[in-house]
Design a protein around this ligand. Structure first.
Ligand SMILES: Nc1nc2c(ncn2[C@@H]2O[C@H](COP(=O)(O)OP(=O)(O)OP(=O)(O)O)[C@@H](O)[C@H]2O)c(=O)[nH]1
Ligand SMILES: [Mg+2]
Length: 443
């Protein structure tokens, strides 16, 4: 984390963390990283503690004066609170400190605004910012130099403050309509994938866990990965062809973070929908983080909130740092629960593929198949899956294949091609008893 480049910081900032007994625990280190990710040059990090927030200033007036003095001494441009502030609190604090004050939500929105790269991501950020703004329109920034831009001011902020609620509502309506349209297109892609029975595997996890790095390694592609929080804002999809599984879609997603306010979760739901619709989730975990357990919990609670009811494989990443062994932990035969890997060094990636294979396909078995010359298409499919162990011809010109494959996959292929199970599999055809219709939906 210390690799984080300080020269990113252009805005002179003072951070404030208040340990409030009534509220949940804070992570000062993470707050620091978030601020740096937004481009802050951190001058001071002020810590305070209170039993409950002050209605007027959030902190006590003595503390506020103290920070005001620091603002003057360091010529700070901005004070960021690691909390949600009410519009009145933010306004009062700005009056005392004579500089801009933003809260945690505005900070995260600002990072989102800087990182969004696709059309949908940008629309979502703008909508979230406008929603946040509309709740604070009464807060006037007056002479506080709001034209310049900076943390909390990027995106639509400056113009919107000058307009009124009516215009804001119109703009938000337009954005929602556009987002709906993009969503529709995305849904069509998803339905097409489901029809083709292509499994989607989504990488989810806490920000900075290594999802994009793992995605790159697995997809041999070059998606932006950086030691910054929220490096990825939009899901990125790749079609892969894995031995024994065939085509699958791998999706990289936006990182989760603790205390993501409900409205933020709401506005990024479309991005997370890809997650909910996946066949399998790989929950990528930074096994070298001292906050690993809290991060796991934060991710799981968001998954619950967005209603993800999908099998999850926990991927403990960065074992090159945490010193763990590459391994798979099963909770039942052929049901992997965790796998330990390093996206950097490549340790355990074969185990990860194996675990994904087991979860998607069940156990692999050996089958002897007899294929008439007319069944060449099935042979091609098996060949592409790389599951053929040996092949030879009998006197009638039939192809005799020995394959290592998941029974469900084999059944699917034979039934989709409308070929006779009995003839191809002999006695072992009795293994498959499901009615044909169940498979026809998939094609
Ligand atoms: N040592 C080590 N570092 C890793 C490993 N995997 C990823 N990293 C580093 O961790 C940092 C974050 O990686 P990313 O892949 O951008 O993380 P992410 O989960 O996609 O983060 P967000 O997109 O912000 O949610 C980068 O500096 C990576 O180089 C690993 O296996 N070992
Ligand atoms: Mg990423």
């Amino acid at each position: 984390m210390d690799q984080l480049k300080q020269q990113h910081g252009t805005e002179q900032v003072i951070l404030v963390s208040v340990a409030v007994q009534m509220l949940e625990d804070l992570d000062a280190e993470e707050f620091n990283l978030l601020a740096q990710s937004a481009g802050a040059n951190i001058l001071q990090h002020v810590h305070a503690s209170r039993i409950k927030p002050d209605a007027k200033l959030f902190i006590g007036s003595g503390k506020a004066e103290e920070i005001a003095a620091l603002v003057q001494e360091y010529e700070a441009e901005l004070v960021i609170f690691d909390h949600a502030l009410t519009p009145a609190q933010a306004r009062n604090l700005e009056q005392v400190m004579h500089c801009r004050v933003v809260d945690r939500t505005e900070l995260i929105l600002d990072i989102f605004a800087q990182r969004a790269r696709t059309y949908e991501g940008k629309l979502q950020v703008e909508l979230a910012q406008l929603q946040h703004l509309s709740s604070r329109l009464i807060r006037s920034r007056g002479n506080l130099d709001s034209q310049k831009g900076g943390i909390g001011l990027r995106g639509p902020g400056e113009t919107v403050l000058e307009t009124d609620r009516r215009l804001l509502r119109i703009r938000m309506g337009q954005l929602k309509a556009k987002i709906d349209k993009v969503k529709q297109t995305r849904m069509q892609g998803r339905i097409a994938r489901q029809k083709a029975a292509v499994p989607t595997v989504s990488l989810v996890g806490y920000t900075n866990a290594g999802k994009s790095t793992l995605f790159n390694t697995l997809a041999h592609s070059n998606v932006y990965a950086a030691d910054q929080l929220f490096a990825t804002l939009d899901p990125t999809l790749r079609r892969l062809n894995w031995d024994g599984i065939g085509n699958l879609v791998l999706a990289d997603t936006v990182g989760f973070v603790r205390n993501l306010s409900h409205s933020l979760v709401e506005s990024f739901k479309a991005t997370l929908e890809e997650t909910v619709e996946a066949t399998l989730l790989l929950h990528v975990i930074d096994s070298s983080s001292p906050d690993m357990l809290e991060q796991i919990e934060a991710v799981e609670s968001v998954l619950k909130e967005i209603g993800a009811d999908v099998p999850v494989l926990r991927v403990y990443n960065k074992i090159d740092v945490s010193g763990e062994q590459a391994k798979i932990i099963y909770h039942a035969p052929h049901q992997p629960e965790r796998v330990y890997v390093s996206a950097h060094s490549g340790q355990g990636l074969d185990l990860l593929r194996q675990a994904v294979h087991e979860l998607l396909m069940g156990n692999i078995q050996s089958f002897d198949l007899t294929l008439k010359p007319a069944y060449g298409k099935l042979r091609n499919q098996l060949y592409q899956l790389n599951v053929i162990q040996s092949e030879q011809y009998d006197e009638q010109g039939n192809l005799l294949l020995r394959v290592m494959i998941a029974p469900s996959k084999l059944e699917q292929l034979i039934k989709q091609a409308h070929l006779p199970l009995q003839e191809i599999l002999g006695e072992r055809a009795s293994l498959f008893q499901k009615p044909l219709e169940e498979f026809e939906i998939k094609d």
